[in-house]
Write a protein that binds this ligand. Structure first.
Ligand SMILES: Cc1cc2nc3c(=O)[nH]c(=O)nc-3n(C[C@H](O)[C@H](O)[C@H](O)COP(=O)(O)OP(=O)(O)OC[C@H]3O[C@@H](n4cnc5c(N)ncnc54)[C@H](O)[C@@H]3O)c2cc1C
Ligand code: FES
Length: 236
């Protein structure tokens, strides 16, 4: 989906997100907005969202029609911090969204990134032609049933010997596997966590995660991107 939101499009960075909601005047609306990664931006002032329906909120959003309005708050949170190193992006499911933005930016700057993208099965894989058009990169696809791309989990595509900067976004079990790989192999990793978020601006405490030094930190303002060493990975 795309929303015309030039102020947000102009300053968004990969890894940042927006809170999307619908006004209370709409039939079948919900009260709390939901968080979505900025998936891409357009020169026409558009921001793009890669939307997968789970429940009430995403279903209502999926029913929006061209020309209708939504509440868009952002850009929020801390994005990925990249440097001159080569980058490998590891995405699970809709965790692909921030890497569409990042890969497109890097392609525009003449840099290639490795984009590893995993789904449970072939039916869930987002259209690869569209992804190629949006990112300027061809994603390497992994499915757990082997129905598309390579058979296995996305983390199977990682090389322990490589020295790239690892970036990850996806379901918590995938982030745990990625963190274990990075810690075991002494690799730099930044992850974007997918916590439930009530406000997105630091007031509701709904998004806390435990830091490595035992504090509860708010993913919406101190994240959603964290370095692997900042978080406590002993918790499920
Ligand atoms: C920083 C961030 C970026 C996100 N980016 C995207 C994106 O680009 N595209 C996208 O489609 N979604 C994204 N999400 C997830 C999206 O916000 C959730 O899908 C949404 O909150 C679910 O809303 P819902 O009303 O459809 O589901 P609900 O009715 O709220 O929940 C339906 C079911 O899904 C579960 N659920 C809801 N949210 C999550 C979650 N975050 N993790 C695991 N289970 C959950 C609930 O427990 C429930 O079982 C992101 C989440 C975060 C925190
Ligand atoms: S979502 Fe409300 S404090 Fe983070």
């Amino acid at each position: 989906m795309e929303f015309h939101s030039p102020e947000i499009a102009a300053i968004s960075q990969p890894g940042q997100f927006v809170m999307l909601g619908l006004g209370l005047d709409r039939p079948g609306t919900w009260l709390l907005p939901r968080p979505f990664s900025v998936g891409w931006t357009g020169e026409d002032g558009a921001i793009g969202i890669l939307l997968r329906t789970y429940g009430e909120g995403t279903l209502a959003l999926s029913r929006l029609r061209c020309g209708e309005e939504a509440l868009v708050l952002g850009p929020l949170g801390r994005g990925f911090e990249i440097d001159d190193r080569s980058i490998e992006c590891v995405a699970g499911g809709v965790g692909l969204a921030p890497f569409i933005f990042l890969a497109a930016r890097e392609a525009a700057a003449g840099r290639r990134v490795r984009l590893l993208y995993g789904e449970r099965d072939a039916g869930a894989v987002f259209d690869t032609d569209t992804l190629g058009d949006l990112t300027g990169h061809e994603p390497e696809i992994f499915t757990e049933d082997g129905g598309a791309g390579r058979l296995g989990r996305v983390t199977a595509g990682l090389d322990p010997e490589s020295e790239t900067l690892l970036l990850g976004c996806g379901p918590t079990p995938m982030l745990h596997a990625l963190a274990a790989f990075a810690l075991e192999n002494g690799r730099d990793l930044q992850v974007s966590v997918e916590e439930h978020m009530g406000c997105g601006i630091g007031t509701c405490q709904g998004c806390v995660v435990q830091s490595a030094d035992g504090r509860w930190v708010k993913a919406c303002i101190e994240g959603p991107v964290f370095s692997v060493g900042e978080l406590d990975w002993s918790l499920p």
